[in-house]
Write a protein that binds this ligand. Sequence first.
Ligand SMILES: Cc1ncc(COP(=O)(O)O)c(C=O)c1O
Length: 384
Amino acid sequence: MKFPGTIKSKLPQTGTSIFAVMSQLANEYNAINLSQGFPDFEVSAELMGLIDKHMKLGHNQYAPMPGVPLLRERISEKIQNTYQIKYDPDKEVNITAGATQGIYTVIAAMVRDEDEVIIFEPAYDSYAPAVELCGGIVKYARMEPPDYRINWPEVARMVTHRTRMIIINTPHNPTGSILKKEDLLALQHLTKKTDIVVLSDEVYEHLIFDGEEHESVCKYPGLAERSFVTASFGKTFHATGWKMGYVLAPENLMREFRKSHQFVVFACNTPVQHAIAEFLSTEKNYRNLHKFYQKKRNYFAKAIKGSRFKIIPCYGTYFQLVDYSNISEENDMDFATRLIKEHGIGTIPVSPFYHKGDENRVLRLCFAKKEETLDKAAEVLCKI
Ligand SMILES: Cc1ncc(COP(=O)(O)O)c(C=O)c1O
């Protein structure tokens, strides 16, 4: 069947996401899938049991629009214990259907026609299309390899009277880099006495390694007062399929967010919210995540050390970048496709994280996998 009229696409440049493309190809070729960012190990049995419990207790109808009150209280306590700042659970915390919906709704609530939004490339793929769907104009700043730091004087030169929002992401997908105290201070200084709103995507807040501290905007009063923070329980509890997350913001920004949120999704999965509220009351359920993933990062890095891939340091997230310039001159799309078809291993090329498809001969590998999966992957990678 086909629509007989003319479709004026709102996103003419956008195709299927690179994650879906590579995962589908990996499935087709029965390849080891280190492409899409999801764990291949089980969710906590206790957490699954809690969902079952809350379904049986009858928590199966619409939750309140901002989210189950007990979960918002638990989140507020967690933030206060972690960053020593109080977000009012009624007015400044909102549950979302994953961080993706939080990000989209923040942008929908804030960005008007012709507003400029600064994002940093390589960038997670949902930011730019969300801005464009809302009529905004994306301004791209670059994080240069190999260490992917932000050039703040360059960002300062990009700010105009039209700049409505700056989107940051730390720890960073796809590079595994993290923002440091001096980055947050630079952003705080840059936005002082402006109407610029910050969207801080912190979905990997608990996946940070080598004793580094996560630099949340929540720790900087001058940023917290102008920021939306997006977070994801999918990442924190190895349950990306549940699509459950939250947004934090000062009361007056949250009021605007909710005007859109109620018409985007209205409310999120009720039994999962109750279950997570109960699970969050035990701190160890999320505090030790960095140790768990640091072990995996080290395990995988050691296993591929003998390969011809060059490891780019990963300080956070569950992604390892590797440079394959010693192996091939092919572009990363062709190389990643060939890895699936000829070697049975799925990875993500990094060029689609740039709007102009910049090519650095770098691939992203997800190490949120069982040791046996990482062993199999390393065996293949060492032979290439
Ligand atoms: C940087 C970043 N932000 C947001 C998301 C989306 O999170 P969720 O699955 O909770 O929608 C992801 C998922 O990969 C991500 O990597």
